[in-house]
Design a protein around this ligand. Sequence first.
Ligand code: PLP
Length: 509
Amino acid sequence: MTSEAGPMGNRKASYNSSVTSHSFALDSPTRRKLGYELINLIDEYFESLPERPTQLPEDHRTFEPLREPLPETGMIAAPIASGDLNVLARFLRDTAQELIDQGFHVTSAHYFGLMNPTPAYIAVLAEALVAALNPQLASMARAQLASKIEAQTVRWIGERIGWVEPFEGTFTSGGNEANFSGLALALTAHFPASVENGIASIGRKPVLYASGEAHHSVDKSAGLLGLGRNALRRVKTNDRVQLDLSALQEAITADRRAGHQPFCVVATAGTTNSGAIDNSAAIADLCEREHLWLHLDGAYGASAIFSDKHRNLVLGIERCDSVTIDPHKWLAMPFAAGVILTRHPGILQQSFGVSTSYMPKGTANLPLDNFRMSTQWSRRMNSLKLWLTLKMHGRLAYEEHIDRQMRLANDFARWVETTECFELATTQVLPIVNFRLKHPSLHEDLTRVHNELVDRVTCDGRRWVSETKVAGESVIRVMIISYLTGEKQLVELQQALHSAATAAMTQSA
Ligand SMILES: Cc1ncc(COP(=O)(O)O)c(C=O)c1O
C-alpha cells in the first residue's frame, strides 16, 4: 500500500495503481469485512422480526429533513489509509442500525397494514446478487441468461393463470407500471394507429371502466396515456364490494349513446381497501359481447393462482386479456417486482416496440428484446428473486403461505363476529378484514371514532392497523401480509383492539 497527498490536502492511499482512497474499487479484505458486517446485521434484523415493533412510539417520531451538507471527502478515505477497517464496519453498522432503530418496519409480524410483505430471505440474497452483477435487461444480447430466467418466470406465472403458450409478459417496477402497461395494450388493441398518431386521432372519446374501489393507478394511467382521468368511469359496487355488472352495462350503453368509444374494463382481484374480487368470468362475458379489452388488476389477489386450494378465488382470470400481478405483495418479494402479462402475443411489441441506431438490432433467431415490450429501457433484473425463491422453496411453499394467511384472516373475522364491540363491515374474501364499531350511538361520526381507535392501537408503535373507507363508509382495516404473523400476534392485536374499543365507548357514553 502506498500513500500520497490528495487534491484537497488529505492523505490518499492506494493498494495498487487502480485503487485509491477515492476509488470505488475496494480490495477483497475490505469488501469481505463490510459484507460480513452487513449480512450479520441483516440476520439479527430477521431474527427480531416476530417481536419487532413496527415503528417508534408516537412522541419519538420526527419528520424533520436531514440538513447535512454534501460530503466532499467520504469517510472511507482515512480508515483505508490507516488500514483500520473496523472504523468502516462500524460506520456501516451504525448507519444500518439507525435505519432500523428509526425505521418503519412493514417487515414486522405486527404490521397489519397495506400490501407490503416481509421479504423472503432468499429473495433478499437474490437482490444483492442482482445489484452486484447489474445485468442490463434491456436487451437479450446483453443479458442472455438473465433474460431467459425472466422469460421462464413469466412463463411459470402465465401457466398458473391457466394459459397455454403463446402468451407473453414482462417484469415491471410494480402494479402501477403494470396497470399503465395494461391500459396501453388495451388502447393499442382498439386503436392501433393511436400508438403513432396519438389519442386525438381516434376522433371519439375513448372511455374505460373500473369499480369505485379500483386502485388509483388506473386514474393516473388514464391521465398519463392522454385519455384524461375523467375518461375513467368509476362504476358502483354491489354488496360484496364487486364491480356491479348491471351498472357497468348501463354505463357502457350510455357512453355509446353519447358517441364515446368504450374500449376497456379494469377488473380488480383484491381491492386495496377490502380485498374484494370482481367477478372476472362474468365481466369477461360482458366484454366479449361489447368487444372490450379486459384488464385484471390482480396486483395483490392474482397471487392466489399459486395455490391449488384457493385459485378458484380468481376464477375467470384466464379469460382476461391482460393481467397485473405484483410478486412484491402476496408472494413476499422485496420491492420492486410487478408483472404485466397478456394472452395476445405481439401486442406488447406493438405498444412499446421502438428502434434507433444505438439500440441492439433485433436478431431473427433471438427472442424479443425486453425493451421492445416494456415501458423501460435500462432495466433491473426484478425476476431473479422470485425465480430463486421458487427454485429453493418451490410452489408448495406458496400453497402453504396462502392457505395459512387465509385461515388466520378467517379466524380473525370469526373473532370480530363474536365480540360485543365490533362487527364485520364487508365479507372477508382475502386476508384483509374490514370491521367497525357496532355501538349504535357512535355511528354519526364513525370516521373520527375509528381514527381515534386506530391511534390508540398504534400510538406505542408496536403494531399497525388503519382506518379507510369502503364504498364511502369508514372501516377499520386489518391485513395479514407477513409470513411471520401467527396466532400470537393476532391475539395481542385483538386485546389491543378490545381495550381501545372499550375506551372509545366509555369516552363517548
Ligand atoms: C389493487 C392494487 N393495484 C395496484 C397497486 C399498485 O401497485 P404498486 O404499489 O406495486 O405500484 C396497488 C398498491 O397497493 C394495489 O393495491
